[in-house]
Design a protein around this ligand. Structure first.
Ligand SMILES: NC(=O)c1ccc[n+]([C@@H]2O[C@H](COP(=O)([O-])OP(=O)(O)OC[C@H]3O[C@@H](n4cnc5c(N)ncnc54)[C@H](OP(=O)(O)O)[C@@H]3O)[C@@H](O)[C@H]2O)c1
Length: 269
């Protein structure tokens, strides 16, 4: 793959995307360029990844096949859209800017362009997290697949589901981090040294997920196998049910989705 990818904005999320793209050799460093308005950020990216990173971006804009808008929602998106007018008309524009709709991007660009709105996952280095992507009418999956799968997995969703995808999917690692922390604390509470409790919590989480994937069984089937009559498992489960565990998690996801929408609406004002 010899496509060129240019990033406008080179902050934390863009770096988290660049790192696995290079590490997995999805692209070579010659294929990547970045333009941040912050000189020290450009210097850092250039020194760390040996990629061209500089505020001057005319040539990079003209050569790129994929142009990634990596600035924050509150940054000057109109100025970025103005810069993008120098790019090849057939190049795809990928926006990772949270809360900014395809409709708004189309209005800012002013001319018909292939646009892909992406909510990138935060597990990019593992290759396991799902990013969510929505396409406008001109964009095609095959144009961006290699790029999006270079930093994880990708699920193409209707744009109306992007906030749900964000609060449920992209925020998803947080729920699991918190579960593992709480589970570890439970082991310590019961008397295990923290290091042992941590190791068991981590391995059980990975192992249980692998079991579900390998067997294709519903969690209830595996719970039934583990929960003998009057035994340890069913007693533990009774307390978990009484603790509002499932509803608490579900309320947490709904709040995350709602907050995503609120932030998008605040950005509109
Ligand atoms: N971090 C995440 O977990 C995450 C997850 C999903 C989506 N996102 C999205 O990713 C985007 C970037 O987030 P981030 O966390 O990476 O933010 P960040 O670290 O603050 O990076 C943004 C960078 O863009 C630069 N910048 C601002 N305006 C610019 C312009 N006109 N041209 C070129 N560079 C410009 C900023 O420079 P200055 O600091 O000097 O202004 C900064 O270095 C956001 O839109 C966010 O919604 C982030």
């Amino acid at each position: 793959m010899t496509k060129r990818i240019h990033f406008i904005g080179g902050g934390q999320m863009v770096e988290a995307i660049i790192r696995p793209l290079l590490a997995k050799q999805i692209v070579s460093k010659e294929q990547l360029t970045v333009a941040d308005i912050n000189t020290s950020r450009n210097v850092y990216l250039q020194e760390t990844y040996q990629i061209q990173a500089q505020a001057e971006q005319e040539e990079a804009l003209q050569q790129a096949d994929i142009l990634v808008i990596g600035v924050r929602p509150q940054d000057d998106l109109a100025a970025v859209a103005q810069e993008l007018q120098q790019s090849k008309p057939e190049a795809v524009i990928v926006s990772i800017v949270a809360g900014v709709t395809i409709e708004k991007l189309e209005a800012l660009l002013g001319v018909p362009r292939s646009i892909v709105r992406v909510i990138p996952n935060t597990l990019t280095d593992t290759g396991l997290g799902y990013s969510g992507a929505s396409l406008n009418e001109l964009a095609k999956q095959e144009e961006v697949d290699f790029f999006l799968t270079g930093f994880g997995k990708v699920m193409y969703v209707e744009e109306r589901l992007i906030d749900v995808f964000t609060g449920y999917g992209v925020a998803g690692a947080n729920y699991v981090y918190y579960f593992i922390e709480s589970y570890t604390d439970a082991g310590v509470l019961a008397g295990l040294p923290r290091e042992q409790a941590w190791t068991i919590a981590l391995e059980n989480t990975i192992g249980a997920a692998a079991m579900l994937k390998q067997t294709g069984k519903h969690p209830r089937e595996l719970l039934d196998i583990n929960n003998s009559a009057g035994g340890v498992g069913i007693h533990a489960l009774y307390e978990l049910n009484a603790s509002d565990f499932a509803a608490g998690l579900q309320r947490s996801v709904l709040r995350a989705v709602q907050r995503t929408t609120e932030l998008g609406e605040e950005g509109e004002k």
